[in-house]
Design a binder for this molecule. Sequence first.
Ligand code: G6P
Length: 369
Amino acid sequence: GALDKGGFEHFMLKEIYEQPLTLEETFRGRLRNDHSEIVLGGLLDVFPKLEQAGRIIIIGCGTSWHAALIGEYLIEEYAQTPVEVEYASEFRYRNPVIGEKDVVILISQSGETADTLAALRLAKEKGATVLGICNVAGSSLARETDAGVYTHAGVEVGVASTKAFTAQVAVLTMIALQLAKRKETIDAETYRMLVKELSETPAKGRLILESNKKIAAIAEKYKEAVNALYLGRGYLFPVALEGALKLKEISYVHAEGYAAGEMKHGPIALIDDNLPVIVVAPQDAYYEKVVSNIQEVKARKGNVIAVVTEGDTGLHEMVNDVIEIPRSHLAVAPLLAVIPLQLLAYHIAVLKGCDVDRPRNLAKSVTVE
Ligand code: G6P
């Protein structure tokens, strides 16, 4: 059941392993088998509003905010609607400009985060349409939004969010593609191909979990590190942020996520032979750019752990450690690339003797300000 560890040492590990199943739950009844349609029942009535939106604002905290950033890239790329992403705690206090043509999407696993609820109420007051992406049925967020989509990831016990994140990203991907279809900003063939790619992520996630032992061995090598840098580009930039957050939250190692292209404007100064640099580098549109970032790190004696596309042997000689993930379209890659980063953080925390499921100073849901 959801509230026992099901043979795993920690809830967090159990929840990481559940992701192929929880992704299937998120897609259930929503992705047509022939990849011709995405059905989001909860949004049917508000899709016209989304289509006419001059702007979409996506709001969340923590891991949910990282999911929002991926949503921004997806919606702008495919549906061509301008998107802004905000921390709930900033939005609620800064007199934001919002109007009736704006659609605000609030993301929250728990649906009870105080700042996110305050942002929701403010957006509503200003006349925006407010939608929710939420994991807990009947939560305050679910009750107070005009409409929304449940993530269906099941109860998440580990304080560090894992399966709720992949479910949020899956929902945002479905929203982006369906909005694009309705706005006719995507061609039929690309749409079908991407729906198929989405439907294949649970099976690919299962393959990634087979690398768990290998990732544990990599964790052993880097468990003494006091800092870590995570790099990614495009859709994988928020994944780098999320990987760094996981490590920080549960192992208390200071970690920073950065857009790989921004490394030269600061983090490069930190690189020495003590710094592990985790580079999310699947073969995609930015591959060459990321390879050159890796070369820059290596030239300064940094240790590179690269998450690469399986079969991409070209990078093996250049880096210290390699974790392979199955080939996928870039737009669905966050759902896969985050899994090895969750496992890496998990194993480092366990090796350091940290209380993985209940890290110090953190709460599963921050219901007071
Ligand atoms: C806390 C949790 C995080 C979570 C964040 C937002 O900080 O420790 O894991 O991402 O709250 O929570 P929510 O329930 O709103 O997604």
